[in-house]
Design a protein around this ligand. Structure first.
Ligand SMILES: Nc1ncnc2c1ncn2[C@@H]1O[C@H](COP(=O)(O)OP(=O)(O)OP(=O)(O)O)[C@@H](O)[C@H]1O
Ligand SMILES: [Mg+2]
Length: 230
């Protein structure tokens, strides 16, 4: 495996809007974006609202298909994979945390059950219960661990989703505004946890408007109107 974990070349995503009354306009959400992310980096995707950050994360995480261009993650050709291969790929490599609600959680299950389930899907070895308790404590979630996610706040749900990524360390963590719903202490906890994960070799890409996340990043990729400007 090479030391470059994520490579995007000429990535373009055009959304074709439904035509009402014969009038329609397509949206060029990403326009010829190329980037490379080395292993163990914390990369911030910055740029104004609508600049294409979430679109780019969805493409890297195999949740969407590009109009043009290529994406490789850990040497997998993401755009060319079948739906089934994509599901396996997402479970094994790229865990996306979506904005509120953290829609990859089972809301009827407890925070701890969600963390354990994610670890089993990624086939993490060892004493999972012990590891789950450790990671929940690290995210300051011990007191919520046995509550169903349905009764947690949006920010608490996002931290549960991050704890799921951190247990047994997914190779790649993709996070969409992971501090967007958090107060200053919660945001600092998340930023510290992401930085610590990169120190262990995890590659992290975060879409963010938070200057503290940008400041903590190894690399900042700035988008504007779908184009890379930095
Ligand atoms: N499913 C979709 N259908 C049509 N247009 C879309 C779709 N998803 C995104 N877009 C458009 O693509 C552009 C980029 O959206 P995107 O969500 O990637 O922006 P963003 O940088 O994440 O913004 P924010 O900071 O507000 O989250 C916007 O103009 C948006 O309206
Ligand atoms: Mg977004």
């Amino acid at each position: 495996m090479s030391d470059t974990v994520i490579t995007c070349t000429g990535l373009t995503r055009r959304f074709v809007m439904p035509r009402r009354g014969g009038v329609g306009s397509d949206v060029l959400a990403l326009d010829d974006v190329s980037l490379q992310v080395p292993r163990g980096q914390l990369v911030a995707l910055a740029g104004p609202s609508g600049s294409g950050k979430s679109t780019l994360l969805a493409l890297i995480g195999a949740l969407d298909w590009p109009t043009a261009g290529t994406i490789t993650v850990n040497d997998f050709d993401v755009a060319a994979m079948s739906r089934r291969a994509r599901r396996a790929f997402r479970r094994r490599w790229a865990i996306s945390m979506m904005p509120q609600p953290a829609d990859n959680l089972l809301l009827a299950s407890t925070g701890r059950e969600n963390v354990l389930l994610a670890a089993k899907q990624r086939r993490v070895r060892g004493n999972l219960e012990e590891k789950a308790d450790e990671v929940l404590a690290r995210m300051q979630l011990t007191s919520f661990a046995h509550q169903p996610c349905a009764v947690m706040s949006g920010g608490e749900q996002q931290r549960i989703a991050l704890a799921s990524c951190l247990l047994g360390a997914a190779a790649v963590i993709l996070a969409d505004e992971p501090t967007g719903a958090l107060d200053r202490t919660g945001a600092a906890t998340v930023i510290d946890a992401l930085a610590a994960a990169t120190a262990g070799g995890v590659t992290v890409v975060v879409a963010t408007h938070d200057p503290n996340v940008v400041a903590a990043a190894d690399t900042v990729i700035r988008l504007d109107h779908g184009r890379r400007v930095e």
